[in-house]
Design a protein around this ligand. Structure first.
Ligand code: ADP
Ligand code: ZN
Ligand code: MG
Length: 484
């Protein structure tokens, strides 16, 4: 941290991200093979995705719709006419000898993603979003058989989201990825499982002397498999470049692999330029030609995105931003929250209970909020019992956990198990008087000024009432009796 701060006094880091997101279509990009992770190797392949001579690709329309959906959501211009191009290179996991991608005619141009980083809002402009196909996967097994290749992933649809060089730190890159993941999940177009490689990020990093207009030479950092890894990788690359330049050296345009175990970036190869790929329009595929109506239809189905939802939750429900960020982080959580409000729950109380209790239950038990056993209706009935002071907060927590394992309403549980709190003033003051008689010494000390003993008396009374007392009424009675 200290190191990076002293670097930032002299150098201005510039970062642009290229994110690949696998689209969760049923079938692959250019053939009818199933798009599924984890199947037996090479099970989901055909002549087209294996690149056998003579096999012809056909575009998956759903993948195009998904790319348009994403583009519209981030304010890109959807191009009416776009084209696929061949990106030629040789690698064992790419049988055709080229990857079908988009080059100078991508489906989406421009757009922006609004991020929050260190309490600041920042807009990260996008260069483009284009469609392409994934390559197969080389498996470097340790059984002395050498490298094996699984082509199940070959031809899986990808969108590549390219940002402008406007990101300034590893932290900002992480916030950008977090937001992008949220958007992809909201739109339900990518599974976003980093371990399965659904979402992958390459970072372009350069630094320039502060105040200089021209960019420095950039390097490309690959192989980070967590958002934390992206953050650390970028920050370490900024440090590496600063050290070279501070010592009078020069940056080579290279591709580096991030080694998470040793926390260092290792040079993989000198970076190719676009012309190395000999891009040309794919003659096997017709261009994508869109009508106004194709786009309009997708636009009309768009949903509210996380940034808008966060702001609406704050203004409409008067909850703190910090809570709004949590409740809108996951679309199903936001739906649960708003459904409980529709069922009559108080927005602030519901927010506290969902963030405090329900999320900890969800996390403890590996449940999904979308299939949470307590419906928003039952949850809001529980909050009713609390606001009617039928039970106190600690009993409500107990009842909530009981509701997980049966289908009773909160009221039924309270009645069946005799959990209603005592609010009757006579009954409460009788208990208080009994307790006070039992602890004359403590009463003396209290009266002599040791007010901290108040909690002791509260505790004793609560214990006698098995926690089922109305704390507000009890408190008043206790004060009155102790002070007189
Ligand atoms: P390339 O042709 O090397 O792939 P692009 O111009 O396509 O480069 O940009 C790829 C990514 O690199 C984009 O996200 C872009 O914002 C970023 N980028 C471009 N120039 C720089 C730079 N000097 N420093 C950091 N990132 C950069
Ligand atoms: Zn296939
Ligand atoms: Mg590029």
């Amino acid at each position: 941290m200290k190191k990076i701060n002293s670097i930032l006094e002299k150098w201005d880091p510039i970062i642009g991200l290229e994110v690949h997101a696998q689209l969760s279509t049923k079938t692959k990009m250019f053939c009818g093979c199933i798009n599924k992770y984890g199947d037996f190797p090479n099970k989901n392949t055909c002549p087209t995705c294996l690149g056998l001579p003579g096999a012809l690709p056909v575009v998956n329309k759903i993948a195009i719709d998904y790319a348009i959906k994403l583009g519209l959501s981030v304010g890109s211009n959807i191009t009416k006419f776009s084209r696929f191009a061949r990106k030629n290179y040789f690698y064992p996991d790419l049988t055709k000898g080229y990857q079908i991608s988009q080059y100078d005619e991508p489906i989406c141009e421009g757009g922006k993603i609004i991020i929050r980083c260190n309490d600041q809002i920042k807009s990260i402009e996008l260069t483009r979003i284009h469609l392409e196909e994934d390559a197969g996967k080389s498996i470097h097994s340790n059984n002395n058989l050498g490298t094996e290749v699984d082509f199940n992933r070959c031809g899986v649809p990808l969108v590549e989201i390219v940002s402008e060089p406007v990101i300034k730190s590893g932290e900002e890159a992480k916030s950008y990825l977090t937001r992008l993941k949220q958007i992809l999940e909201y739109l339900d177009i990518c599974d976003c499982n980093l371990e399965k490689g659904n979402l992958r990020c390459d970072a372009n990093v350069s630094i320039r002397p502060k105040g200089q207009k021209e960019f420095g030479t950039k390097t490309e950092l690959k192989n980070m498999n967590s958002f934390r890894g992206v953050e650390r990788g970028i920050n370490s690359e900024i440090e590496r470049q600063a050290e070279i330049l501070n010592n009078g050296g020069k940056i080579n345009q290279v591709t580096l692999l991030w080694n998470e175990v040793d926390q260092v970036a290792e040079v993989m190869r000198s970076k190719e330029d676009a012309h190395d790929y000999r891009y040309f329009p794919d003659p096997d595929l017709v261009p994508i030609s869109l009508e106004d109506n194709d786009i309009k239809k997708i636009k009309s189905d768009l949903i509210e995105l996380p940034f808008d939802k966060e702001q609406r939750f704050v203004s409409e429900y008067k909850i703190p931003l910090k809570d709004a960020l949590i409740l809108s982080s996951d679309i199903n959580l936001s739906i649960y929250y708003e459904n409980s409000i529709s069922e009559g729950a108080n927005p602030k109380v519901a927010a506290n209970w969902i963030i405090g209790e329900i999320l900890s239950i969800v996390n403890e038990s590996d449940l999904e909020i979308s299939s949470f056993p307590i419906s928003p209706k039952r949850f809001s009935e529980l909050l009713d019992c609390l606001s009617l002071e039928l039970i106190n907060a600690s009993t409500a927590k107990e009842v909530l956990r009981k509701m997980l394992i049966n289908n009773f309403t909160a009221k039924e549980i309270i009645e069946n198990e005799n959990l209603a709190q005592v609010s009757d003033e006579n009954q409460l003051s009788n208990v208080v008087k009994t307790i006070i008689k039992e602890y004359p010494e403590e009463v003396e000390k209290y009266k002599a000024g040791k007010k901290t003993l108040f909690g002791f008396f509260m505790g004793k009374v609560m214990q006698t009432l098995k926690g089922k007392s109305n704390p507000k009424i009890l408190k008043n009675i206790l004060i009155e009796i102790l002070e007189n």
